[in-house]
Ligand binder design. Structure first.
Ligand code: PMP
Length: 436
């Protein structure tokens, strides 16, 4: 017998499924900094949904833009013909991005943007007659979505080990989170030398075989791992020296999270390709993008015949409703100065975060811009249990946090007020002090 409130039909992303079905939690509406639960409680959003609602929830400008677009034109293909909104959005995004990024390719998610960027990198080398460059380099603890390219270059072994060889010719740089880095504010001092591992890999295979290196400027999903000072600069230098493309996955760091439009601005290191999604439409409608320099774009356009014939695109790439949402979102960021706001609040945020260091069971705290992580000592034999209990207790007390393993990750909407920051860290203090 099928019941209307039966929860079994919806298959949640794999690892979350079992726990949720035991203890379902439902949000039924959202406004500004808060979700409303099905039992009528307000829950402070300490995570901007899944790191995506950077302008907060139900923002009138974005809601109206989407409503208007649905009434005007629901769908139009963005191949062989166009519609004005997608051009406007591409221009707006180009203006927001750092100087060298003149071309925008739209996708529907972070994962699709990653696949697209990897394909662009390989095809670019081919277009230049450098087809031997096929190797890709990722990073341990890097996260680049769940599709086959993304899990190949991604550094989470569990996500790829059951799927055979995946993309071949992939190496991983060591992750940069060293024991000396515990409890730091700002960027850690140690670990820039780990970028030199790229030289070793290049020497091993021959630098002329390597197409691209992909890294998150700051690894988000695997626990907010900040790059050591000088690490990204060194990667850039080595890539430039060997003609390797550098791809920044800015799916989390894009759109103000660190107090600048992109992580590339914040760390003052320019990649060759930039991947974004999430905050592009404030989480309202799925959309992602790859930003490319003119050099990369032009290699395609002027490349040999097979490049021009290569098809890559998605049915919903640059669709009108997502484009309208994206435009209203980028306008909201600019009109409300939200990136600067994140930079202005970063000190207050970091102080609040580090004020928790006397709570029990904490082995590390780190943060930057409006992002932070509290790493808990795992309970022997029961990894993830302690952090998950913190998540449940915070939820009961009206604050939404996110956990990855035994790491609590925080990334609130950039409209957050100091009162909300106090509420979030106050709740965390109560919860962490009582946590077994
Ligand atoms: N790259 C990074 C850095 C991400 O954080 C994520 C999502 N957390 C992705 C890619 C994948 O994005 P999506 O879930 O939209 O496919």
């Amino acid at each position: 017998q099928k019941q209307p409130n039966d929860l079994s039909a919806f298959w949640m992303p794999f690892s979350a499924n079992r726990q949720f079905k035991k203890n379902p939690r439902m949000f039924v509406s959202a406004d500004g900094m808060f979700y409303k639960t099905s039992d009528g409680r307000d829950v402070l959003d300490g995570t901007a949904g899944l790191w995506c609602c950077n302008a907060g929830h139900k923002r009138p400008k974005i809601v109206e833009a989407v409503q208007k677009q649905v009434e005007e034109m629901d769908y139009a293909p963005a191949f062989q013909m166009g519609h004005p909104k997608v051009f406007e959005l591409a221009n707006r995004l180009r203006d927001m991005a750092p100087e060298p990024f003149n071309h925008v390719f739209f996708t529907n998610s972070g994962s699709e943007s990653v696949e697209t960027a990897l394909k662009i990198a390989l095809a670019y080398h081919r277009a230049k007659g450098d087809g031997a460059r096929t190797r890709l380099i990722g990073r341990e603890r890097g996260y680049h979505g769940v599709n086959f390219g993304g899990i190949s270059v991604g550094g989470i072994v569990n996500n790829r080990k059951m799927f055979g060889s995946l993309l071949t010719g992939v190496d991983h740089l060591p992750h940069t989170h060293l024991p000396e880095n515990a409890f730091f504010k700002g960027q850690p001092d140690h670990g820039a030398h780990l970028a030199d591992e790229l030289e070793r890999i290049a020497a091993l295979h021959g630098p002329e075989t390597i197409a691209a290196v992909i890294v998150e400027p700051m690894a988000g999903s695997t626990g907010v791992l900040l790059p050591p000072k000088g690490y990204l600069q060194r990667l850039r230098e080595i890539c430039t020296k060997h003609g390797i493309l550098l791809i920044f996955d800015e799916v989390i760091t894009g759109f103000g999270r660190l107090g600048s439009a992109f992580g590339a601005d914040h760390f003052d290191v320019m990649p060759d390709l930039m991947v974004c999604a999430k905050g592009l439409t404030n989480g309202v409608i799925p959309m992602g993008a790859v930003l490319a320099t003119s050099e990369i774009h032009d290699a395609f356009m002027q490349g040999p015949e097979h490049m021009i014939e290569l098809f890559h695109g998605y049915t919903y790439s640059g669709n009108p409703i997502a484009s309208a949402a994206g435009l209203a979102t980028l306008e909201t960021y600019v009109e409300e100065g939200l990136f600067q706001r994140a930079a202005d609040l970063a000190g207050y945020w970091e102080d609040g975060l580090h004020s928790l260091r006397d709570c029990p069971n904490i082995i590390d705290i780190r943060g930057m811009g409006l992002i932070g992580a509290i790493e808990l000592e795992p309970i022997a034999g029961e990894p993830t249990r302690r952090a998950f209990q913190a998540f449940l207790d915070c939820y009961d007390k009206g604050s939404l946090i996110r956990t990855t393993g035994d790491i609590i990750a925080l990334s609130p909407p950039l409209i957050i007020e100091k009162d909300h920051i106090d509420q979030l860290f106050g709740t965390l203090r109560d919860v962490l002090q009582k946590l077994q």
